[in-house]
Design a protein around this ligand. Structure first.
Ligand code: PNW
Length: 461
């Protein structure tokens, strides 16, 4: 596959997130976030690490921007740490935080790389969590206020905005399974957090529109392709439930202005939504966006199982605890996530069916693999290049089929702090030595650079 198999204006970028790369968590007035707190909970992070240093990107952004430019990317998707802008979650912006992101955006523009800024990639100010976090409706309004400040401070440099990254993770991993910060386990009430996140998106969208009508605003959902393991009614119901909780609970309100009734029923939260998710809320949540971002990694194959044993860990799928996630035997990445490029086309079709004209972007796709270090110090990761090529081929197929897919971002530019896995999972096309902070492009990065120049990719994995 060659780059010229994709449309000329197809955007190819790479992505990162603030807490995963920046480090410098106590510098220049940054406040505490829920991940600073959560990373210190014993047992929360696989290797016991924190993002205190991470890739030290806060001090090395110039070098990292050069890398992005040298590799030849069109765009770079980064996220803004809310507690660098508003250390306590409200009030006037912290100058040093604003300046950091201004320098970053300026240096990207100088290299001809378009900055794409995500406003919320999970680092909620701890002060807001102390008042209930996303379980509390007011957090949506705090988020809109933060968005207005950011637009005001960075709007001359950034014209592609993503409000939220993966509200499913923020709500169901954060408040149901407790696998992510803040580590709460409120069961199906985590859906209230989902509503407040989406409401925050709606109000932030309005705030961004108010300051600069020329900017493009979208939001990013993590969608999974879901298939039943067999043809029983129980398996079909399991697939309906998991598609409902992971995909439709977010797609439907944003693109159709209504929550899927079957999902609220599965959750047992229909009454709460009827009382608390007003028509006004849904009007805001479904206000027209300029594009939808989709993070795609894998497919779920599900079957109907039995009720979980007493003492089983809290589920990220409350109300559907009996659903079993089945291994198909297909190849998986180091995360255990099945490699299924066609599923990327499935989720693009699913979004497109709800909003036929809406431009779509894959805002994350990538794979974790342990690196092999060659004798000469080179980093060999043939499986990652193969994974990326297979998904770029799926992107080409999606475009050929007429889906309005306009771009694709690789997760991730460089190895980084992989949330509950700490430093023990590497998603980068650039290797990071956490002792020295040396960046070394892996073989996959060389493959990507060749691809971006439309050279016949050397050493196709
Ligand atoms: C996404 N899950 O996270 C995030 O947007 C990235 O920050 C992250 O590094 C990347 O995917 C790779 O994991 C997810 O457990 C984390 O289902 C966990 C899950 C899904 C997405």
């Amino acid at each position: 596959m060659r780059r010229s198999d994709l449309p000329d204006d197809f955007v190819i970028g790479t992505a990162t997130a603030s807490y995963q790369i920046e480090g410098a968590t106590h510098e220049d007035g940054r406040g505490e976030s829920i991940w600073d707190t959560f990373a210190r909970v014993p047992g929360a992070i696989a290797d016991g690490s924190t993002g205190d240093v991470a890739d030290d990107h806060y001090h090395r952004s110039a070098e990292d921007v050069s890398l992005i430019g040298d590799l030849g990317f069109d765009a770079y998707r980064f996220s803004i740490a809310w507690p660098r802008i508003q250390p306590n979650g409200s009030g006037s912006p912290n100058r040093a935080g604003v300046d950091f992101y201004r320098r970053l955006a300026e240096s990207l523009l100088q290299r001809g790389v378009t900055p794409w800024a995500t406003l919320y990639h999970w680092d909620l100010p701890q002060a807001l969590e102390d008042r209930g976090g996303w379980m509390h409706r007011d957090t949506a309004f705090r988020f809109a206020d933060y968005a207005a400040h950011v637009a005001d401070q960075l709007g001359d440099l950034v014209s592609d905005w993503i409000t939220l990254n993966e509200p499913w993770c923020s709500s169901f991993l954060g408040y149901a399974s407790g696998y992510h910060a803040p580590g709460s386990r409120v069961g199906s009430r985590a859906a209230h957090a989902a509503h407040h996140l989406l409401l925050g998106h709606g109000h932030a969208l309005e705030a961004l529109r108010a300051t600069d009508s020329a900017a493009r605003v979208g939001t990013t959902l993590n969608l999974s392709s879901v298939q039943p393991a067999g043809d029983s009614e129980g398996d079909a119901d399991a697939a309906r439930r998991i598609d409902g909780l992971s995909n439709r609970l977010f797609l439907d309100p944003v693109l159709r202005g209504a929550y899927p009734a079957d999902v609220l029923d599965d959750l047992g939260e229909t009454a709460w939504f009827a009382e608390n998710a007003t028509d006004d809320d849904l009007k805001r949540i479904s206000a027209p966006i300029d594009f939808l971002g989709i993070n795609y990694y894998s497919r779920h194959t599900v079957a109907s199982g039995s009720a979980p044993a007493a003492g089983a860990p809290a589920s990220a799928y409350p109300g559907s605890e009996h659903v079993r996630f089945v291994k198909t035997g297909a190849p998986v990445t180091q995360m255990g996530w099945e490699i299924h490029p066609d599923g990327m086309v499935d989720v693009l079709r699913q979004a497109n069916a709800l909003a036929p004209e809406l431009p779509l972007y894959i805002t994350e796709n990538g794979a974790a693999y342990p690196d092999r270090v060659d004798a000469d110090g080179g980093i060999d990761d043939p499986q990652r290049a193969e994974y990326l090529e297979a998904h770029l081929e799926a992107a080409r197929d999606a475009v050929a089929e007429g889906l309005p897919l306009r771009g694709y971002f690789i997760w991730s530019l460089m190895d980084n702090w992989e949330w509950a896995w700490g430093y023990s999972r590497r998603f980068g096309i650039v290797h990071v030595d956490y002792e020295t902070q040396k960046r070394t492009p892996k073989r996959s990065a060389r493959w990507v650079a060749d691809f971006l120049r439309d050279a016949v990719p050397a050493g196709r994995a």
